[in-house]
Design a protein around this ligand. Structure first.
Ligand SMILES: Cc1cc2nc3c(=O)[nH]c(=O)nc-3n(C[C@H](O)[C@H](O)[C@H](O)COP(=O)(O)O)c2cc1C
Length: 363
């Protein structure tokens, strides 16, 4: 990010996770209830593990705000962990395939516990808090972000690419964050089956931003391309292994005449598109259409019926370690995806509109 800067800190079972968000201009009403709503959404979803029953995430804003309004100084957002017992957590010696355990141990020469405490997706609570602030900024500019689960394991909702925010209506009410009731039921059954088998599930989710002004990002340099910035942000979410802008993989199988979005006159001498298969970005620049991102999440690595592994203290074969874990976290990952999209779009918006004042209203 070029204007906003975000660093997070904290261990899964440390006293807190926190986000230091620098670059938010002065004058933004920091609605803590909005941040807390987003944090609660991240904790929800069918298939989550016991940790979510313990934690009741709420944000403490420790700097950068006076009388509820940002001052332009860095924001320190802190979410305390109720399950705080870092020094008492047991040592682990058998790495879980698919987690950071073994790679982190080999890289740093530290214990698996030290690796997993920071690799844990508990960190995504801090990102969601920061993203909620970015979302408040985007709302000022008339931009809204929505997300939904489109597939869970082998259950495909069949939901197509969105055209309007209403396509996401009902996602908030669904335990799978999927606006299709029938698909929600089938997804929940798939979670139940996975749980019974000691297994886990991944899935696919979609996040879209409506009201994004044209001109965010740039074609002139590789690291300023909006699609590249968005892909980086999504791939930084733990367990996200694929990102798609618009229906990119379907587009790859079609001729250009069926893919590219024809340009027709819009109101007031502007332009309009007859479709949005580009997902709102051409040449690394937003084109005024909704920005649509899909992400593939791999199944949760911690399995109740563990896979083969090796005890690093003895070199002997052993079943992988077990920790309290989610069967699936795709409904939670949607909320993290919304936060990451909000952060990078807010950053690009500030870069375009000037970084020391809040952006003006919708254009
Ligand atoms: C919201 C969310 C919750 C997660 N919950 C768990 C969990 O309970 N147990 C687990 O082993 N992995 C969980 N993961 C996935 C791991 O954090 C992730 O697989 C791990 O950090 C390894 O990183 P990688 O998958 O990106 O390689 C979760 C991920 C997200 C986004």
């Amino acid at each position: 990010m070029r204007i906003l800067r975000l660093l997070t800190a904290g261990e899964s079972h440390g006293p807190a996770v926190s986000a230091l968000l620098d670059g938010i201009p002065p004058g933004l009403v920091l609605d803590e209830s909005h941040v807390n709503r987003r944090l609660a959404m991240r904790q929800g979803g069918y298939g989550r593990g016991g940790r979510q029953q313990i934690e009741h995430d709420t944000v403490k804003v420790l700097s950068g705000v006076r009388k509820g309004v940002t001052t332009g100084a860095p924001l320190l957002l802190v979410i305390e962990n109720r399950d705080s017992r870092l020094d008492e957590t047991p040592e682990l010696t058998v790495p879980r395939p698919g987690h950071a355990d073994l790679a982190g141990h080999i890289k740093y020469g530290i214990g698996i516990r030290e690796v997993l405490e920071r690799a844990s997706a508990r960190d995504t609570a801090a990102r969601v808090a920061a993203g909620a602030v970015a979302e408040l900024l985007l709302q000022r500019a008339g931009c809204r972000i929505f997300g939904r689960v489109t597939a869970l394991g082998d259950v495909d909702s069949g939901l197509a690419f969105p055209a309007v925010p209403e396509d996401f209506a009902g996602a908030d009410e669904s335990e799978m964050r999927c606006p299709d009731d029938d698909a929600t039921t089938r997804m929940k059954e798939a979670v139940d089956r996975a749980r019974e088998n000691g297994d886990s599930l991944g899935g696919i989710f979609q996040v879209a931003a409506f009201g994004v002004p044209p001109g965010l990002g740039s074609h002139v340099q590789w690291d300023r391309r909006a699609d590249a910035v968005i892909a980086h942000a999504f791939m930084s979410i733990p367990a996200i292994k694929g990102v798609e802008i618009g229906p990119a993989f379907a587009n790859a199988r079609l001729p250009g005449s069926s893919v590219h979005d024809e340009i027709v006159p819009g109101g007031g001498g502007g332009y309009r598109r007859l479709s949005n298969r580009a997902g709102g970005i051409e040449g690394g620049i937003t084109n005024g259409e909704p920005v649509v991102v899909c992400a593939a999440m791999k199944p949760i690595p911690t399995l109740a019926a563990p896979l083969k592994s090796i005890d690093i203290s003895t070199g002997e074969e052993a079943p992988a370690s077990r920790e309290r874990a989610d069967v699936t976290a795709v409904p939670a990952a949607v909320v993290v995806g919304e936060a990451m999209l909000a952060l990078v779009l807010a950053d690009m918006l500030l870069e375009r509109t000037g970084d020391d004042r809040l952006p003006k209203g919708p254009r």
